[in-house]
Design a protein around this ligand. Structure first.
Ligand code: ARG
Length: 564
């Protein structure tokens, strides 16, 4: 259960019994002296009601019914209320097996993530969307939401004319297409330097878009190869995306004229320099002029935004989504704000459909500049993942030389891939983040290897327990046990926050804190050598910690090896 919202409701009830409305502002306490949770919203409410905050907090405390749940609430400072859960309450909740409680209002959530441009090879720019989106998908699913993954890959547009022409003329074999990046560079070079080639490429775009059979077949071949590259990356990363989740830009081709027609019917279209645009007053540029959303170029071509409008229409009408999440980098923020607003104005998105752009910052190298190869090129994902597992392999070889070769390879995979994913997930996605091999592969600090290792350490405790340990009263008897227990009971709360805000770093911070508290507990409280009841209770805490760490890492899409 979500203890935070449960307590918050109790405080709300007490407030309304005192004739007060407003947010209790219930937060996990910043320090143990402040209890487990602290109510810090009374000051704001008092100000509004022109009342003395301490007096008001006293009234709320008098009306607060937390019998058997918390110790008598404490009034603190200018009007805080500190809440401390009773040992009996902790014991009761620790005795039930770890399970995520499903959301009370299950939704159909569409998650739009990864979505590389198929003209090129997947690169680090798609890593963040893929990893963060996938973790959020897992969290939403575990809460009982219906999740539809949508991989909105870019498979349409003018670049494909140039690629098809190069393919037809250079007679590209599958081997040549194995390096899509190089193939793209060659085609682009010809396109830029050879006017005839550029003309043939434009003709190919027209052929492709008008459905000419040969152009379509060549395009399909290219797309299939490019998608198989993506799938190989997804499989290595262990993300959930499959071919069934691909809903490419081209899937909306037939809808685009309808989108334009609907916009016209809604009176939203304006012609500007020959292009069809939507001007909404709320979007102004620096110069104060209203910014257009261009939906059709003067040559009749459609744009990225047009396709996104069609996608919203499809997600609302056909998929019947309640909520749509988009994971792309922050530079697309204006695009999505405009597209969402136009979709609402045109009636593509009903008012109760939640549309959320969940932006992320850039991935930077250790020098603080955009992450590049030493030669300054884009870093291919396959190469990045190769390096991750190689580096992890060297570490595992050094640390666990005694393990069989094959097992070390498996561990290196889990550690290397886990490190890359966790490094990304553990930072607040809205910031840029520094990609640093040494940091992410370190066994100390907020990293995947640290948490994976914490799991294997707890497992090794259980390898030394022969019989089943009896169920006992789980009420914590030591300060370190209590610190650990409280953190264990916050799992649901954190999972719900990640689902609501699409911010997986909250779960990472939580797991790191849990592992840290576990270490402190394990240092201070003997487990295997403790006498009967202490031993059983502490083993219970160990088991719960392991289940929570594994569950949490599972939600982040990170594997835990059996041993390390
Ligand atoms: N293909 C785009 C890119 O690489 C991302 C697409 C995101 N999804 C969307 N519905 N626009 O930047």
């Amino acid at each position: 259960m979500n203890i935070r919202t449960f307590l918050e409701q109790r405080v709300r009830n007490a407030m309304s019994a005192c004739g007060l409305a407003g947010n209790p502002g219930l937060q996990p306490a910043a320090r143990p002296e402040f209890g487990d949770y602290q109510v810090n919203g009374i000051m704001g409410v008092a100000k509004q009601a022109r009342r003395n905050p301490r007096e008001l907090a006293g009234e709320v405390i008098a009306a607060l019914d937390l019998d058997g749940i918390a110790e008598p609430p404490e009034l603190a400072g200018p009007g805080f209320i500190n809440l401390r859960l009773t040992p009996a309450f902790l014991a009761e909740h620790l005795a039930t097996p770890l399970a995520v409680t499903p959301a009370g209002n299950p939704q159909h959530v569409v998650v739009d993530y990864s979505a590389p441009n198929l003209a090129k090879e997947m690169h680090v720019g798609h890593l963040r969307s893929t990893i963060i989106g996938d973790a959020v998908v897992r969290v939403l699913s575990t809460l009982g939401h219906t999740v539809t993954r949508q991989n909105h890959v870019g498979d349409w547009g003018t670049q494909f004319g140039m690629l098809l022409t190069h393919m037809q003329e250079a007679g590209a074999s599958s081997a040549e297409l194995a390096d899509l990046e190089a193939f793209y560079v060659q085609a682009k070079q010809r396109f830029d330097s050879d006017a005839e080639f550029a003309m043939r490429s434009r003709a190919n775009v027209v052929a492709l878009q008008s459905g000419e059979v040969r152009a379509r077949a060549a395009w399909q071949r290219f797309i299939d190869i490019s998608l198989s590259h993506c799938q190989a990356v997804y499989d290595r990363l262990g993300v959930l995306l499959t071919a069934a989740d691909v809903q490419p830009e081209s899937a909306y081709n037939d809808d685009l004229p309808e989108v334009i027609r609907d916009l016209a019917t809604a009176g939203l279209l304006t012609q500007s320099d020959g292009a069809q645009c939507v001007f909404l007053d709320e979007f102004k540029g620096k110069d104060g002029n209203v910014l257009p959303l261009i939906v059709q170029k003067s040559d009749g071509g459609y744009l990225y935004a047009t396709t996104d409008l069609a996608a919203i229409r499809y997600r609302a009408r056909t998929l019947r989504a309640d909520r749509v999440l988009y994971f792309t980098d922050a530079r697309q923020a204006l695009h999505f704000r405009q597209v969402f607003a136009v979709a609402r104005a045109a009636g593509f998105a009903p008012p109760d459909l939640q549309l959320e752009h969940l932006p992320f910052g850039a991935m930077l190298g250790r020098d603080g500049k955009p992450f590049k190869t030493r030669a300054g090129g884009v870093v291919k994902l396959t190469e990045l993942l190769d390096e991750a597992t190689q580096r992890a392999r060297a570490i595992v070889n050094a640390k666990s030389a005694e393990l069989p070769e094959e097992e070390r390879a498996r561990i290196a995979h889990a550690v290397g891939i886990g490190a890359v994913k966790y490094a990304d997930l553990s930072k607040n996605r809205t910031n840029d983040y520094l990609f640093d091999w040494d940091q992410m592969l370190s066994f100390d600090g907020n990293t995947a290897p640290y948490l994976q290792y914490a799991c294997t350490r707890i497992r090794s405790i259980f390898r030394r327990v022969d019989a089943d340990f009896p169920a006992v009263d789980m009420a914590p008897a030591h300060a370190a046990e209590r610190q650990l227990a409280m953190q264990l009971l916050r799992y649901q709360e954190v999972v719900e926050t990640v689902a609501a805000e699409g911010l997986p770093h909250f779960l990472c911070v939580y797991l790191y804190d849990l592992a840290t508290r576990f270490s402190q507990f394990y240092e201070q409280c003997p487990v295997l050598n403790a006498e009967a009841d202490d031993r059983a209770r502490r083993l219970g805490l160990c088991a719960r910690t392991l289940a929570t760490l594994e569950g949490g890492l599972g939600l982040l899409g990170i594997e835990v090896p059996e041993r390390m």
